[in-house]
Design a protein around this ligand. Structure first.
Ligand SMILES: N[C@@H](CCC(=O)N[C@@H](CS)C(=O)NCC(=O)O)C(=O)O
Length: 207
């Protein structure tokens, strides 16, 4: 048995695929086309009732959903891969802090920007999208100021946090602002895009 990853190009499954590639763990991909709303199908809902990608089946037959939970489980199951700093270290505390910030304060803004009508009710979907985009800029600026390594987010070097930041920061049409406002996050994305273990996966999603 191997890991099975349910996902789609440019989606959250990229974070999972990058983590698996970094750890050198083989996996199989199952495409769930967001363009065709395949994540809404009842067949897929049997795997992830939230009808979102990614989802993962582990070699032991467990079902994992929620990108951050999947990433943390991979770190727990494969400690030799060094996806995160060691348990008990101050750098791990820092990694968890910013993983949670990106996972809870930034990742959800993407749904609001992409599907503002889900949140607008009878109101103005375009205004909802504009607000989500403004929050996105403010919150990424908070992360930008935390970058302590070169180019990586942690002073101790590369980690899963860089994969998470690199992918979530791609999900915007505000690319001119991103280049201007987030030079350190941009450098992290370039680092992931050119890292030996992750370059192919990055290219498959964002090339
Ligand atoms: N909380 C979930 C969010 C997952 C999510 O929003 N996935 C997006 C793709 S990156 C999705 O499936 N969007 C389709 C939709 O919302 O219908 C996680 O962290 O995995």
């Amino acid at each position: 048995m191997t890991y099975i990853v349910y996902g789609n190009r440019r989606s959250g499954s990229c974070i999972v695929e990058l983590a698996l590639a970094e750890a050198g763990i083989p996996f199989e991909l199952r495409d769930v086309s967001l363009e065709h709303d395949a994540q809404r199908d009842d067949e897929y809902a049997a795997i992830n009732p939230a009808r979102k990608v990614p989802a993962v089946l582990t070699p032991a037959g467990e079902t994992l959903t929620e990108t951050l939970a999947i990433a943390l489980t991979l770190d727990e199951r494969h400690p030799q891969a060094g996806l995160l700093p060691p348990h008990g270290s101050p750098e791990r505390v820092r990694a968890l802090r910013w993983l949670c910030f990106i996972g809870t304060e930034l990742y959800p803004l993407v749904e609001i920007s992409d599907y503002p009508e889900r949140f607008a009710g009878e109101g103005d979907a375009a205004a909802v999208r504009d607000q989500a985009r403004a929050h996105w800029r403010r919150r990424w600026s908070v992360v930008e100021a935390q970058v302590a390594g070169d180019p990586w987010l942690l002073a101790s070097g590369f980690s899963l946090l860089d994969l998470y930041a690199a992918v979530v920061s791609r999900w915007t049409r505000q690319t001119a602002w991103r280049a201007r406002g987030l030079p350190r996050i941009e450098a992290i994305a370039r680092g992931v895009a050119t890292r030996a273990a992750t370059a192919d996966t990055w290219q498959r999603h964002f090339g």
